[in-house]
Design a binder for this molecule. Structure first.
Ligand SMILES: [Zn+2]
Ligand SMILES: [Zn+2]
Length: 416
């Protein structure tokens, strides 16, 4: 009898909890499907009227119009970053969710019915898809605000392609509001995986980048008598060869980096004038904090030594605008993302390490988290490259991304 009573009490204690837990389970795939059409319409509109850098008045207006209608509070800063916030009805952690929304100076040649109507400007990196994914997630998280643990920041970021510190501005704003416990973002993936499949990687994901400029100065003169001048072209050419070959001789080749001089201009205006100076501009891609300082230092030393041997001088300017830190995903966030994606019935593959870079790294340095790559290959055609006039992502990834964003936010924020 006593045993039966105890069992009854135990059952009564368990039942309400189990029932309550069941009723809380939100079907994020179904929720995403419900807002998908609206988000495709939004995405196609953004795609038809792309804007550049931090000058995004129309796109910003479209996003804030939808946030206003949903009753989601936000601020817009001087760089047209939009930062919305949803305070959940339950205690929990804080997550920064980011989508960039700037386009590129490219003439679109896809032939899509919703092709860009702005000559020479195109969403050729998928940032329109990123923005639609975050906006769709915002609507669902707002709808389930009472059940949401913690807080989410909805960060629509300008000027990812051009640099200029937009990511840092958002991070600083969130820090000023008390910070975040993690960050998450999507980027359309350049490999051949379809929508509904995600590329996730723990640790090294994208490289850091340092843009640099170098001015090699000599003494101009007549092309017929170079011995009377100091020709800066010869040391500049030698510097280019030396700095692009230095990795294997001066650094551990197990830790890759790339030095790419991409512009080489002389001040000469004719084939018989030895110029006064040569300007070289390029970038470094790297992954380790040591390389962030050691590689530019070594370039500067090589340049000075080479220039001096010709009687020329060098001014080396590393770290000019557009530089990014490496994108390093935290292992816990990679595990969580994998679990969340699989929990929604979607696929996960391992992302390859790439030498490209992205300023989402600022979020990861500040708060930790994960950059997730979303499949966009259309089933019936090859995927054309990002940053090219025929870039053809499958917009159906928006629906998948919305569900993943929402499920990730609930999972992350609820964790003790
Ligand atoms: Zn891009
Ligand atoms: Zn991009």
């Amino acid at each position: 009898m006593k045993k039966i009573m105890l069992l009854l009490v135990a059952a009564l204690c368990i039942m309400p909890t189990t029932a309550a837990k069941k009723s809380k389970k939100i079907d994020f795939n179904a929720e995403a499907a419900a807002v998908y059409d609206q988000m495709v319409e939004f995405r196609r509109d953004l795609h038809m009227y792309p804007e550049l850098g931090a000058d995004l008045p129309r796109s910003c207006g479209k996003i804030t119009e939808i946030l206003d209608k949903a009753g989601i509070p936000y601020i817009v800063d001087s760089q047209m970053n939009i930062i919305g916030v949803i305070e959940g009805g339950k205690p929990g952690k804080t997550l920064a969710m980011r989508a960039d929304y700037d386009a590129l100076p490219i003439q679109e040649e896809t032939g899509f019915e919703y092709s860009s109507k702005i000559p020479g400007v195109m969403h050729a990196c998928g940032h329109d898809i990123h923005a639609a994914s975050l906006l769709g997630a915002a609507l669902i998280l707002k709808k389930h605000q009472a059940e949401l643990p913690g807080k989410v920041y909805l960060c629509f970021q300008s000027a990812e392609e051009t640099g200029g510190g937009s990511a840092t501005m958002i991070v600083d704003y969130i820090k000023s509001q008390g910070g975040a416990d993690g960050a998450v973002a999507f980027h359309t993936y350049g490999m051949n995986i379809p929508h509904g499949t995600y590329a996730i990687r723990s640790g090294k994901c994208l490289a850091g980048s340092i843009f640099w400029k170098m001015i090699v100065r000599g003494k101009s003169g007549h092309g017929s008598s170079p011995w009377l001048s100091i020709d800066p072209i010869k040391p500049a050419a030698e510097i280019v060869l030396r700095i692009t070959a230095m990795q294997s001789t001066m650094f551990d080749t197990n830790e890759p980096f790339v030095v790419s001089p991409c512009m080489f201009n002389t001040s000469s205006k004719a084939g018989n004038i030895i110029p006064e100076e040569v300007t070289i501009e390029g970038s470094i891609r790297y992954f380790t904090p040591e390389h962030m300082t050691a590689v530019p230092e070594r370039i500067g030393k090589i340049a000075n030594d080479v220039a001096a041997s010709y009687g020329a001088t060098v001014e080396f300017l590393p770290g000019i605008e557009g530089s990014n830190k490496p994108t390093i995903n935290s292992p816990e966030a990679a595990d969580r993302a994998t679990r969340v994606v699989k929990g929604l019935g979607k696929e996960v593959v391992e992302k390859v390490v790439e030498m490209g870079s992205d300023d989402f790294s600022e979020f990861l340095y500040a708060f930790g988290g994960i950059y997730i790559f979303t499949g966009i290959k259309m089933p019936d055609q090859p995927l054309n490259p990002h940053h090219a006039s025929k870039f053809n992502p499958d917009e159906r990834s928006i629906e998948d991304n919305i569900a993943v964003f929402c499920a990730y936010a609930f999972d992350h924020n609820a964790e003790n």
